[in-house]
Design a protein around this ligand. Structure first.
Ligand code: SAH
Length: 205
C-alpha cells in the first residue's frame, strides 16, 4: 500500500491496523478533482463542506482505539466513510452516524460496492449517540467538541475506550483517549489535531 511508510513514520506500528488500511483503497472515498491525491498524507475536501481525514491521523486514531475482533464500535462523523471502512476490518460491527444525509447515502453506496456488510450508516445527530445499540465497546468521534459529549460517555461499556478530538474549532485541538473504569473515566492526551466541529442537530443536505 502506498502510504504504509508514511503511516509507520507517523507512529502507526500496530500490524492489524496497517493491514486493515492496506485493504481499504482511499481513492474509493474521494471524488472528482481530488481523487488523484487520494494517496497523499493529507486531509481532502469531500461533499457538504466536510473533509476526509489525513491517513496518518486515521491510523493513529484507529491504533489508539485498540479494537478487538468481537467489538461493537460507534463512529460519530461518517464523512466519506473511510474511517468506518478501516474499522470494519478490525471490529465485529460498526455503526456510523453523520448529520448530512448526502454523506451517509454516498458512504453506504461505497460500503455496498466494497462488500463491507458489517457497517450500518445512519443519518443522525451523533451528539446523542445511538442509545438503542448501546453500550459500545469502542467509540470514535471524528469531529471536534469542546468537551467529550456526556451522552457518548454514558454509552461506553465499562472497560471501553473512546477516542476523540476536543477543543474549539478555530484553534488547535487535542486528541484524547478516554477509558471507562468501574468507578469513573480515565483521560489521556495523545497529540494535537485539527478537525471540523461537531455540530448539534441534523443538516439540511
Ligand atoms: N470520519 C470521516 C471524516 C469525518 S469529517 C472520514 O473518514 O471521512 C467530520 C464529519 O462529522 C462530517 O462529515 C460532519 O458532517 C460530521 N458531524 C459533525 N457534527 C456531527 C454530529 N453532531 N453528528 C453526526 N455527524 C456530525
Amino acid at each position: 500500500m502506498r502510504f504504509v511508510f508514511t503511516l509507520r513514520q507517523a507512529g502507526v506500528t500496530d500490524t492489524r491496523v496497517l493491514k486493515a488500511m492496506e485493504q481499504i483503497d482511499r481513492a474509493r472515498f474521494v471524488r472528482g478533482l481530488f481523487a488523484e491525491r487520494a494517496y497523499d498524507d493529507t486531509p481532502l475536501p469531500i461533499a457538504c463542506g466536510q473533509t476526509i481525514s489525513q491517513p496518518a491521523v486515521v491510523g493513529l486514531m484507529t491504533q489508539a482505539l485498540e479494537v478487538n475482533p468481537r467489538d461493537k464500535v460507534l463512529e460519530i462523523g461518517t464523512g466519506s466513510g473511510y474511517q468506518a471502512a478501516v474499522l470494519s476490518k478490525l471490529a465485529r460491527r460498526v455503526y456510523t452516524l453523520d448529520r448530512h444525509r448526502t454523506l451517509v447515502a454516498d458512504a453506504r453506496a461505497v460500503f455496498r460496492d466494497l462488500e463491507l456488510h458489517n457497517i450500518t450508516a445512519m443519518t443522525a445527530d451523533g451528539t446523542r449517540g445511538l442509545p438503542e445499540q448501546a453500550p459500545f465497546d469502542r467509540i470514535i468521534v471524528t469531529a471536534a467538541a469542546e468537551d467529550p459529549p456526556a451522552r457518548l460517555l454514558a454509552q461506553l461499556r465499562t472497560g471501553g475506550i473512546m477516542v476523540l478530538p476536543v477543543g474549539q474549532s478555530d484553534t488547535v485541538q487535542r486528541l484524547i483517549r478516554v477509558r471507562r473504569l468501574e468507578d469513573g473515566y480515565d483521560y489521556e492526551e495523545l497529540r494535537p489535531v485539527r478537525f471540523v466541529p461537531l455540530v448539534e442537530g441534523l443538516a439540511q443536505d
